[in-house]
Design a protein around this ligand. Structure first.
Ligand code: URP
Ligand code: ZN
Ligand code: ZN
Ligand code: ZN
Length: 488
């Protein structure tokens, strides 16, 4: 592939508008976006007439090379990213998990895992314990390592789960650093209780997973996290919103003016919870994730919330385990590794359910799959836009072609796919990542090591004084109230 590319005659779609224009790329950067660009013959020309030219997808929520529940996801940074590129996603943000509570060790481990990257990536970081060292390390992550978001797990008791005291400490620290707090919202103590109930009832199969952690526990934890973030007065990002219960808490908070962001994931938007009831264990177990995929009705409600802006962007929570790994829980659903795929399918499925179905416009599609993520994590317009100066992460999308999903042809290393058999209109025909054509004519041309780490700066510098601490920051917003004596 050439380092100079001209995409001719397509409809260029950004979140703010669409226009018929050519896009000229040189050395990984978009140089020009305008009609009738003339170039020399050292340039690779792609004809996009009748097609959409859009920013590559950004997946805000993935787990590649994730060591979890006694095993490790099959998709590492190379294979997971290759799958992503085949599906039109050109950047993802993965979750660094601390090593024995150490953020520094966790970061170094993920730096190593990510060396083989074939597309750009960023990191969030999970906070799984609390002390002075963690507090200091958070500061280092934000100021030196390019991390501006931290995830707190209210579930996975005995493993990743933290309590409300730690959550409050974490929220305060995020606020002081200008970082974004993220939350996995399920009540882990109640889930633990629910699991015991299932076992007492003799329910050991994958359906026990869903039955043990109903949507009200997601609603409770979402409400609690929102109120505690409100108490600290810091923004909150709720990951994998899977239920009406959680979505309504976000809607209510936003109506009151609280800064809460809600991220539905492709599995929750497109599937109903019937999968875990399949009589075949492996077929059922592949749908096990947390929070669980809910009963029919939640999916449509989440789509509606996404179309009206109550929820803002779509992730995947791509966390892929194969049949052998899922079989670790053959005797007990509590041992089924939690996670489903989606990094390769997201762009097609979101197009199908949101655009093709008539719920949103093409510009909104770009917003919820790419631009909004770039804005939230402070890397816009380098990412999430087709503008001069932006990174050349671009897809050519043919709305008149079609896609079909099957484990036989997908690029994930898993032997199953939760979206098996789904088909629809629209197809990512070309993916350009970092100025290289990496997907064309159904063929991947990916290079390990070509992906770059994208540092995400904190928001603190925008707010003059926030570094000096809450008291000064608050007084800069609002002067102390002057009280007058009644004789004045
Ligand atoms: O089941 C899930 N979601 N696995 C990945 C870990 C997480 O909670 O995001
Ligand atoms: Zn070349
Ligand atoms: Zn989670
Ligand atoms: Zn996740």
């Amino acid at each position: 592939s050439s380092s100079k590319i001209l995409i001719k005659g397509g409809t260029v779609v950004n979140a703010h508008r669409e226009e018929v224009a050519d896009v000229y790329v040189e050395d990984g950067i978009i140089v020009a976006v305008k009609p009738n660009i003339k170039v020399g013959d050292d340039v690779t020309v792609l004809d996009a007439t009748g097609k959409f030219v859009m920013p590559g997808g950004i997946d805000p929520h993935t787990h590649l090379s994730f060591e979890f529940m006694g095993t490790e996801t099959v998709d590492d940074f190379f294979y997971g990213q290759a799958a992503a590129l085949a599906g039109g996603t050109t950047m993802h943000i993965d979750f660094v998990i601390p090593v024995s509570g150490s953020l520094t060790a966790g970061f170094e481990a993920y730096e190593k895992k990510a060396k083989k990257s074939c597309m750009d990536y960023g990191f969030h970081m999970a906070i799984t314990k609390w002390d002075e060292v963690v507090s200091k390390e958070m500061e280092i992550m934000v100021k030196e390592k390019g991390i501006n978001s931290f995830k707190f797990f209210l579930a996975y008791k005995g493993a990743l789960m933290i309590n409300d005291e730690l959550l409050l400490e974490g929220f305060k620290k995020c606020k002081s650093l200008g970082a974004l707090a993220m939350v996995h919202a399920e009540n882990g103590d109640a889930v633990y209780e629910g699991q015991k109930r299932m076992i007492e009832l003799g329910i050991f199969g994958p359906e026990g997973h869903a039955l043990s952690r109903p949507s009200l526990l997601e609603g409770e934890a979402t409400a609690r996290a929102i109120r505690l973030a409100g108490f600290v007065n810091t923004p909150l990002y709720v990951v994998h919103v899977m239920s009406i219960d959680a979505m309504e808490e976000i809607a209510t908070a936003r109506r009151k003016g609280q800064r809460v962001i809600g991220e539905p994931v492709v599995s929750g938007l497109t599937l109903d919870g019937s999968g875990v009831w399949d009589p075949d264990f492996v077929t059922a177990a592949k749908f096990v994730m947390s929070p669980p995929i809910r009963a029919s009705g939640h999916d449509k409600a989440l789509q509606a919330a996404l179309s009206t802006g109550i929820l803002q962007l779509v992730g995947t929570d791509h966390c892929s385990f194969n049949s052998t790994q899922k079989a670790l829980g053959i005797d007990d659903f509590r041992n089924i590794p939690n996670g489903v795929n989606g990094i390769e399918e997201r762009m097609h499925l979101v197009w199908d359910i949101m655009v093709e179905s008539g719920q949103i416009s093409v510009t909104d599609y770009v917003r919820i799959t790419s631009t909004e993520c770039a804005r939230i994590f402070n890397i816009y317009p380098r990412k999430g836009a087709i503008l001069p100066g932006s990174d050349a992460d671009i897809i050519i999308f043919n709305p008149n072609s079609s896609f079909e999903i099957t484990a036989k042809s997908h690029h994930s290393r898993s032997d199953t796919n939760v979206f098996e058999g789904r088909r629809g209109k629209g197809k990512v025909e070309v993916t350009i990542a970092g100025g290289r054509i990496v997907w064309e004519n159904d063929e991947l041309k990916v290079v390990p090591g070509s992906g770059k780490y994208v540092e995400m700066p904190p928001f603190a510098y925008l707010f003059n004084g926030i570094d000096k601490g809450d008291a000064e920051y608050l007084s800069s917003l609002r002067a102390p109230v002057k009280r007058f004596k009644s004789t004045d």
